[in-house]
Design a protein. Structure first.
Length: 307
């Protein structure tokens, strides 16, 4: 069973995956309709990206410790590099970091988000990825997956990710890889890939990937932002360079979305894993999946209704 109770056409009319707006052209709406993503060039300023980068450095050096933030590290590099950006691979759930959370409130980002969610917008999941130079074990490869696998709220068509390159992203340093059109499919079973060295916590991937579906590498310049549907199958390759590949992102949802029960669905094992992690981290005894998302969610525009 799957918890993605979404039809191929979420609502009637020519455009199923965007709402009527004065921002997107007909061609842009059609591209998202057909492919499940839309790339907007040079959307976020160099000044803002530099501020995000500086805050990442402060977090890496433990100069600031935002509550609730999850910092993923490559512990094998700590003896060589100590507390630095050479060790931190991901900063997740930065909703309590005022400087990083500015990304989720940027007017230039929200005006595009509204085209997918409508005017009542919640920031649901935040992440800054610092993809480290990788080894042959491909530790930081994220297998192909659908983000909706992680989310216990619907409808999927009112959820969108904004993902901004903080420096040039290309095939050599592990840019995003997407399978256009897969947002029209159902949520598929996910789990840990059976590959040595590729089992990062919660880095779930498709259990049955269709290799025949064409893949597109999204080459992006600093400040470019891609908006994509939570059912779009995507991932990222390894960083074969000696530098880093930084990006900042947020999953937004309409506050009119509602929570669902994932019991007896393909998401049930994810729920169990997340609850175990949270209970261990916060020494909690009784937590529901909805509680975790209620803790993460922040209203960034309009009115809070359900989420």
């Amino acid at each position: 069973p799957t918890s993605a109770q979404v039809s191929v056409a979420p609502h009637s009319g020519r455009f199923c995956y965007t709402l009527d707006n004065d921002l997107l052209s007909t061609e842009q709406r059609q591209f998202y309709e057909d492919n499940g993503y839309l790339l907007i060039k040079n959307l976020v300023s160099d000044q803002d990206i530099e501020r995000f980068r500086k805050e990442l450095m402060r977090i890496c050096k433990r100069e600031v410790k935002p509550p609730g933030v999850m910092i993923m590290k490559d512990e094998s590099r700590r003896s060589q590099f100590g507390q630095s950006e050479n060790v931190v691979n991901k900063v997740q759930d930065f909703q309590e970091d005022e400087e990083l959370f500015r990304y989720c409130t940027l007017p230039e980002v929200l005006k595009y988000v509204e085209c997918f969610t409508g005017p009542n917008i919640m920031a649901m999941h935040t992440m800054l990825i610092n993809k480290l130079p990788d080894s042959d074990k491909q530790t930081f490869l994220h297998p192909m997956h659908q983000d909706l696998h992680y989310f216990p709220f619907r409808p999927a068509s009112r959820i969108v990710c904004a993902w901004t390159a903080m420096e040039r992203a290309h095939q050599d340093n592990g840019c995003l890889v997407v399978q256009p059109g897969t947002h029209k499919t159902a949520l598929k079973p996910h789990g840990y890939p059976e590959w040595e060295g590729k089992t990062n916590k919660l880095f779930h991937g498709l259990l049955d990937e269709d290799e025949k579906i064409p893949k597109v590498h999204l080459v992006m310049e600093k400040g470019d932002t891609v908006f994509f549907h939570p059912l779009l199958i995507h991932g990222s390759g390894i960083n074969r360079t000696s530098g880093f590949r930084k990006s900042i992102s947020c999953h937004f949802a309409s506050s009119e979305c509602h929570y669902i029960d994932v019991k007896n669905t393909t998401q049930e094992h994810l729920e169990k894993e997340m609850l175990e992690m949270v209970c261990k981290k916060y020494n909690a005894t009784s937590v529901e999946l909805k509680d975790i998302w209620y803790f993460r969610a922040r209203l960034v525009q309009g009115e809070r209704i359900n989420l």
